[in-house]
Design a protein around this ligand. Structure first.
Ligand code: SAM
Length: 225
């Protein structure tokens, strides 16, 4: 794993000026600095941390599935939550299964599956790894590569979230929780409705670590209907 704390840089198409501005903001970002100090691979760790602290989702003994896990900051956070002393490599009380299209540097005790969550064979591999055990928490930070065509991008995002909801419906404990990232814009209302149809309680959270100008927000479903 690269030693620098990762985040998503804007694509080249807007020119070098944008990338320079992004880089400036990135290196001065307090969450980037904190992530380096705390040994997290990405500032994204603080988004899940805040959601977890607000709603008390992840506890020692849990089985947690992390979808779209690379480079691994959320998995690192969950790993620490499942250690009795909160240590990065302490005894692990629980199970973490992480999945991403991209490779991910190993995290001690975390089972990693590399593959596209949209593919049946990858879902089958995940199901095999879960071994029929009821899952406590599913978290998904999956974000597709965006094309810039709003309707196509919204459809891709919605598809990934629908698949995560299907997985949660089939594998979560009745009182389990699903956290997904989604973006304001077209398709948002329908996805909130899908959550309301699936879960007893639905919350939206915009963590402080999620940049104000980013349209991203997080939906949390608690307890299957
Ligand atoms: C914002 S990053 C996740 C960051 C991660 N939560 C962390 O804390 O390090 C989004 C991830 O979703 C993954 N992703 C996007 N589409 C996917 C798919 N269809 N199947 C699996 N992973 C996917 C990307 O490869 C990318 O690594």
């Amino acid at each position: 794993m690269k030693s620098s704390t990762q985040s998503t840089a804007p694509k080249e198409k807007k020119g070098k000026k944008v990338n320079k501005a992004w880089l400036h903001e990135h290196v001065n970002d307090p969450y980037v600095k904190q992530a380096q100090k705390d040994g997290f691979r990405a500032r994204a760790a603080y988004k899940l941390k805040e959601i977890d602290e607000q709603l008390g989702l992840i506890r020692p003994g849990h089985i947690v599935v992390d979808l779209g896990s690379a480079p691994g900051a959320w998995s690192q956070y969950v790993r620490r939550r499942l250690s009795p002393d909160g240590a990065a490599a302490g005894a692990l009380n629980g199970t973490i299964i992480s999945l991403d299209i991209l490779p991910m540097e190993p995290i001690e005790g975390v089972v990693f599956i590399q593959g596209d969550f949209r593919e049946d064979s990858v879902l089958a591999q995940l199901q095999e790894t879960v071994q029929g055990r009821p899952v406590d928490v599913v978290v998904s930070d999956m974000a597709p590569n965006l094309s810039g065509i709003a309707s196509a991008d919204a459809a891709r995002i919605a598809h990934l979230i629908e698949l995560a909801v299907d997985f949660a419906r089939n594998h979560l404990k009745p009182e389990g929780a699903l956290v997904v990232k989604l973006f304001h814009g077209s398709g948002y209302a329908e996805l909130v409705q899908l959550f309301k149809d699936t879960f007893r309680v639905v919350k939206t959270v915009k963590p402080k670590a999620s940049r104000d100008k980013s349209a991203e927000t997080f939906l949390v479903g608690l307890g299957l209907k």
